[in-house]
Ligand binder design. Structure first.
Ligand code: C2E
Ligand code: MG
Ligand code: MG
Ligand code: MG
Length: 282
């Protein structure tokens, strides 16, 4: 089935649709019914341990299969969903799809988690969190099988007791990850005070690591700082062997990026996982 994997991986290289103006205008109108028709699906990107290449889990990334515009990137509809008040419904659908797809890789015996990107808006609603918890338990999973990724900027900007909100997530048993670290208002106190399990170094840092000594030092310092707080560090957007090796030498915990694997459909991810049963070796 190597050729099947090759074919599926080729498919993942197909670029997103570039909706024209007419199409973009339609998206706002189409979103509510698209949710009902479940036009959204997840692709998955693995996260590997830098020490030994073990596959630690996958991140779910949502796509919209729009009947006329084609496959749309979340950049075209997440903000829209937030503005329209549909973000909770969308995230719930992403979680339902993740629970369904997870059956494909249940047989994995090592600890394995599925990361889901969650808008700070959703996390602030207690109903949303209770619903997520119920959904996960109902499907026979445990909240500890999942990690919620929240963008740093939004965590810190919000004034409504983010500490309480994040604590509630931890109490329910979900993992908590600070996404895109370095792009928002980095306040080191937050790392110490908030119950984050994981920090994701933004791709803009990883990209600069081979060319900018200052960026390299900032990565190093961020990793040391997070680890001093007991927080694991994921480098996102690794595109080259050099970046992979440098981050490994720095003691970064996990890596994610095109160099390891592009985001792909659940079926393709199942094949990729079985081809990397003993881990990823560059
Ligand atoms: P993110 O959570 O930081 O996800 C990483 C993004 O970087 C993904 O883009 C992924 O495809 C891309 N990426 C991964 N590795 C590489 C690499 O090596 N090079 C490059 N150039 N890019 C790489 P994607 O899927 O377009 O998602 C963009 C953003 O949309 C995500 O950033 C996340 O903030 C948001 N998003 C995605 N799915 C969801 C969702 O279900 N709910 C919410 N609320 N937001 C989502
Ligand atoms: Mg993310
Ligand atoms: Mg990220
Ligand atoms: Mg990012």
């Amino acid at each position: 089935s190597f050729s099947t994997l090759q074919a599926l991986m080729e498919e993942t290289r197909r670029p997103f649709a570039h909706p024209d103006r007419h199409c973009r205008d339609e998206l706002a109108k189409d979103l509510p019914s698209a949710l009902q028709r479940r036009e959204f699906f997840n692709v998955y990107q693995p996260k590997v341990a830098l020490t030994n290449g073990a596959i630690a889990g996958v991140e779910a990334l949502v796509r919209w299969r729009h009947p006329r515009c084609g496959i749309l990137s979340p950049d075209h509809f997440i903000t829209l969903a937030e503005q329209q008040g549909h973000i909770d419904a969308l995230t719930r659908l992403v979680m339902e799809n993740a629970l369904h797809d997870s059956r494909l890789w249940l047989e994995k015996s090592q600890p394995f988690s599925v990361s889901v990107n969650v808008s700070m808006l959703s996390l602030m609603s207690p109903n949303f969190m209770n619903g997520m918890c119920a959904l996960v338990l109902e499907r026979g999973f445990s909240p500890s099988d999942f990690i919620f990724e929240v963008t740093e900027g939004r965590v810190l900007e919000d004034t409504r007791a983010p500490l309480e909100i994040t604590a509630r997530i931890k109490m329910a048993g979900f993992g908590l990850s600070m996404d895109d670290f370095g792009t928002g208002y980095s306040n080191m106190n937050r790392l110490r005070d908030y119950p984050f399990d994981e920090l994701k170094l933004d791709r803009s840092f990883v990209t600069g690591i081979t060319s900018s000594p200052a960026t390299l030092k900032m990565c190093h310092a961020s990793i040391a700082l997070a680890q001093a707080c007991g927080i694991r560090v994921v480098a996102e957007g690794i595109e080259s062997r050099d970046e992979f090796q440098i981050l490994k030498q720095m003691g970064c915990d996990y890596a994610q990026g095109y160099f390891i694997c592009r985001p792909m459909t659940a079926e393709a991810m199942k094949l990729w996982l079985s081809a990397h049963w003993f881990g990823f070796a560059p």
